[in-house]
Design a protein around this ligand. Structure first.
Ligand code: PHE
Length: 460
């Protein structure tokens, strides 16, 4: 058998490399930080009773998500191809099977499904940008904002319009390749988003619900936590970190050999988590001060933040900037959802990048109609977890991403020989490497299995 280390060393990515370590950190942060932090985390935490959910979420992020992110980057960099080819290539090289590429294929499917609803929700933020800019929140109380939101989602035409706009932008950027312009944009966007959220936090505190909000978010009430809630917390950790479907693996393929995977992952995971918690700290005080329901659902952010925006000086400006930045954060995540499949079509089928992007965009657009109609025409069609959207969301976040992550850590921890993973993870950080290997071999896969079993009630 060929020495795996030697063959990996010679391999180069077909799409070039990130211009610097910072560029890679920015790209992965751009993927991780998105609607998942600001739109999804607060509403899922709200639906699952707050504190205890948040605690489980944090455990999942650091004990499961972080080692899986490292595994994805190291596999991506070693394979230097799209996730499907990389998994097949490494499978053979490490003495396993080429069929590991099925993990990559499952990730592609999952990416399509996530992007299909992600784009619809990103469309909401575009619509809210226009509302903020035209001062439409002025004078509205909580119930008025509720009507504004239901007015939007009950109209399929508007939803399709914004879904289309967002997907066209995503497709164009992906077609052109993940370029420096994007790196630079992320560098401005993430700090700007944090600044605005800090400003919003100040106003959110002034509503008077700050203590209730913080207690809800940080005081664990384990009686409010169910097996389904634990699974939701794990699913949210995967979703927010972008791990389990190959997005981070695809980006890892463009990472220069000398960069530290461990440091990068820790930085990205910490930033992503901090932003999610910050979003919760802004939103829940508004919820409690205004007598709203924390379990409101997907509309939560859109029905709370405008209350603070309407109150602050220069609210029109701040609000417009906020929703633009949020849409932008969504864009950098959407790009990472589309990149693996486009890289695969280009590498495995010699398709032109622009054609591959259009194909992926078209399929995603059609799939997105399921989400669009879940909020209006098909709102009454409820089965399993709820609407069609609820089911797609559940299937991707709570099942496919954890299953993909499980297989990725099994591969990186058990199939791949220790020399190969140590080589990628930089041998100078000995204890960190051993900790990673322990988490990847035992903690992460066992935890995913236990959470699954617990959710289906098999643990009693
Ligand atoms: N992490 C992104 C967010 O929080 C969503 C995402 C999930 C992106 C999976 C890529 C892969 O918005």
């Amino acid at each position: 058998m060929a020495d795996p280390a030697a063959s990996a060393q010679r391999r180069l990515s077909l799409h070039g490399q990130w211009s610097s370590r910072l560029a890679f950190v920015l790209a992965v942060s751009g993927s991780a930080v998105g609607l998942g932090n600001i739109w999804k985390f607060p509403y899922v935490a709200g639906q699952n009773g707050g504190g205890a959910f948040v605690l489980v979420y944090l455990l999942c992020v650091f004990a499961i998500g972080l080692p899986i992110m490292m595994a994805e980057i190291l596999l991506g960099r070693r394979g230097r191809r799209n996730p499907v080819t990389t998994m097949g290539l490494l499978g053979r090289e490490e003495g396993g099977s080429r069929q590991w590429r099925l993990v990559g294929l499952m990730g592609m499917l999952c990416g399509f499904l996530i992007l299909s609803f992600y784009s619809v929700i990103a469309g909401w933020t575009l619509h809210y940008t226009v509302l903020a800019a035209s001062d439409s929140f002025a004078g509205l109380a909580a119930d008025g904002l509720g009507e504004l939101f239901s007015g939007l989602v009950s109209n399929p035409v508007t939803l399709i319009l914004w879904h289309t706009v967002f997907l066209i932008i995503t497709t164009v950027v992906v077609a052109r390749g993940v370029e420096e312009g994007l790196e630079r944009a992320v560098r401005v966007m993430v700090p700007a988003l944090i600044l605005i959220m800090l400003a919003l936090l100040a106003y959110s505190i002034s509503f008077g619900g700050f203590q209730a909000g913080l207690e809800f978010l940080f005081r664990p009430d384990f009686s409010a936590l169910t097996g389904a809630g634990v699974l939701a917390a794990m699913g949210q950790a995967f979703f927010s970190l972008s791990v389990g479907m190959g997005a981070v693996m695809a980006y890892g393929a463009y990472l220069p050999q000398e960069e530290s995977i461990i440091k990068t992952s820790v930085a990205v995971v910490s930033a992503d988590t901090a932003i999610a918690l910050l979003a919760g700290m802004v939103i829940f005080p508004i919820v409690f001060a205004n007598g709203l329901d924390p379990a409101e659902g997907p509309g939560l952010v859109f029905q709370t933040l405008p209350l603070a925006l309407a109150k602050m000086p220069a609210g029109i400006l701040v609000g417009t900037a906020f929703f633009i930045l949020l849409a932008f954060a969504g864009l950098t995540s959407a790009i990472s959802l589309m990149e693996p499949v486009v890289a695969w079509l280009v590498e495995a089928f010699s398709m032109r990048r622009s054609v591959a992007a259009m194909l992926a965009g078209g399929v995603t657009w059609a799939l997105g109609l399921m989400t669009v109609f879940s909020f209006n025409l098909l709102a009454d069609w409820q089965f399993l977890r709820g609407t069609l959207f609820d089911n797609i969301d559940y299937l991707t976040s709570n099942i496919l991403l954890p299953a993909g992550g499980f297989l990725i850590t099994i591969f990186a921890g058990w199939i791949m020989c220790a020399n190969s993973s140590a080589d990628e993870l930089d041998a100078t950080v000995g204890p960190a490497y051993r900790l990673w290997r322990f988490l990847a071999r035992y903690v992460a896969p066992v935890a995913v299995l236990l959470v699954f079993l617990n959710a289906v009630g098999a643990l009693g």
